[in-house]
Design a protein around this ligand. Structure first.
Ligand SMILES: [Fe+2]
Length: 397
């Protein structure tokens, strides 16, 4: 270890700056020939809202140093960055910035700032490219006190974005406060283009900048060469892929049901550890339920990709969900448990599977679930692609 005096370091910086100027003039700085200005290629899509927080995600044509300017009034008086261990990322085109300190129910305005990062001439002289500033977007933050609202859910899209966009047309978007993607939207995560084409770009076009997305991982987002990068694209909450939030008198639990077969199944080649994952998640769940946030509102809704098993014939994953979660979720008086995974419609009412107090539904691949919530009831409508009503259910508090 040796000491570099501030004076000498300053000289280094001056020398490097001169090198940069001369180098640029000679055409060899950085990649030398930066092609085109930086621009936003995908997004924004708002994700994983909490009481006072939300994540803004977007992607750029070049690696960039990013921030979000935002505010609840006329000015964008706050600034957020995605720092980790004190460092702001500068080497990625995939951006996720958490906005904090938000007031429930307020209108939030935000703008994305992305400064292209080209390279370093030396550790003290970064070389930036152009900066792109987005338009100013607006959305309304979730509000536990809201009296009436609606949300929609899709699942098991399996890369078929055409089907998803057709189902977008079956929705009257006027009162939709958030959208749930309940797993297996991406069919084995193999590349970022696949992610964009499967649903992300369609969501950005339809609602992404103004209506939050709640993404719940399925058992196909856990597969493929890019599965371990999934949370760069769909960041969770506090490092978790499962979380709770409250809106409009409903306490939501978004749970990650993991893989559907035992960890030692040949299909996973010894690369998964979901038994332990679900144990950790269950410990979090039991702790979360101690907070009693669920007691303050009339409705409790659970979202998980795989359903709770209702038969001994059901697969391992569903049996595990039953073993771990059915008891506590029954105990708190969950009224509705929304699932996918089976690719077929099913509805199990309270008492139809032993002592279950909740309605348990699985939505097919071509179904839109719409839930309209008011103090009087949760009205659930399942709409088959094209508009046919497949099922209606009224659930009172
Ligand atoms: Fe699935």
């Amino acid at each position: 270890m040796f000491f570099v005096s501030p004076h000498y370091r300053c000289s280094l910086v001056i020398a490097a700056t001169l090198t940069l100027i001369l180098g640029t003039a000679c055409g060899f700085a950085s990649e030398g020939k930066e092609r085109g200005n930086i621009h936003i290629t995908h997004g924004p899509v708002l994700q994983q809202p909490q009481r006072n927080e939300i994540t803004v995600t977007w992607h750029t044509s070049k690696p960039a140093l990013c921030e979000v300017r935002y505010g609840e009034g006329d000015t964008l008086n706050k600034r957020a960055v995605a720092s980790s261990l004190g460092l702001i990322p500068n080497d990625s085109t995939c951006h996720a910035v958490r906005l904090t300190g938000l007031t429930p129910g307020t209108t939030v305005r935000y703008q994305l700032i992305s400064k292209a990062m080209r390279n370093f001439h030396n550790p003290y002289v970064p070389v930036f490219g152009k900066t792109v500033e987005s338009e100013i977007f607006t959305y309304r933050h979730l509000d536990p006190e809201k009296k009436k609202f609606s949300f929609v859910m899709w699942n098991d899209i399996h890369d078929d974005c055409e089907r998803l966009e057709a189902m977008f047309k079956d929705v009257d978007w006027k009162d939709i406060d958030f959208v749930i993607m309940n797993g297996d939207i991406v069919n084995d995560f193999k590349s970022d283009e696949q992610f964009f084409n499967a649903f992300y770009d369609a969501c950005a076009r339809q609602f992404g900048s103004s209506i939050p997305l709640v993404y719940v991982r399925g058992n196909h987002e856990t597969r493929g060469a890019w599965a371990r990068r999934f949370f760069d694209y769909v960041p969770g909450v506090s490092g978790r892929s499962y979380y709770a939030f409250t809106h409009g008198g409903v306490y939501f639990l978004a749970l990650d049901s993991g893989e559907d077969k035992p960890d030692d199944h040949n299909e996973y080649a010894g690369m998964v550890d979901f038994v332990r994952f679900r144990d950790e998640e269950t410990a979090w769940l039991l702790d979360e339920l101690k907070s009693e946030a669920w007691k303050k509102v009339p409705y409790k809704v659970v979202i998980s990709h795989q359903p709770c098993a209702t038969s001994e014939e059901d697969w391992f994953g569903e049996q595990e969900i039953r073993r771990l979660w059915r008891g506590p979720l029954n105990e708190i008086g969950t009224q509705l448990w929304l699932c996918g995974h089976t690719h077929r419609f099913s509805w199990c009412r309270p008492g139809e599977n032993g002592d279950n107090r909740f309605h348990l539904m699985t939505n097919p691949t071509d179904g839109t679930v719409r839930v309209d919530v008011s103090p009087e009831a949760m009205e659930v409508t399942v709409i088959r692609k094209g508009g046919e009503i497949l099922h209606k259910e009224s659930i009172v508090p």
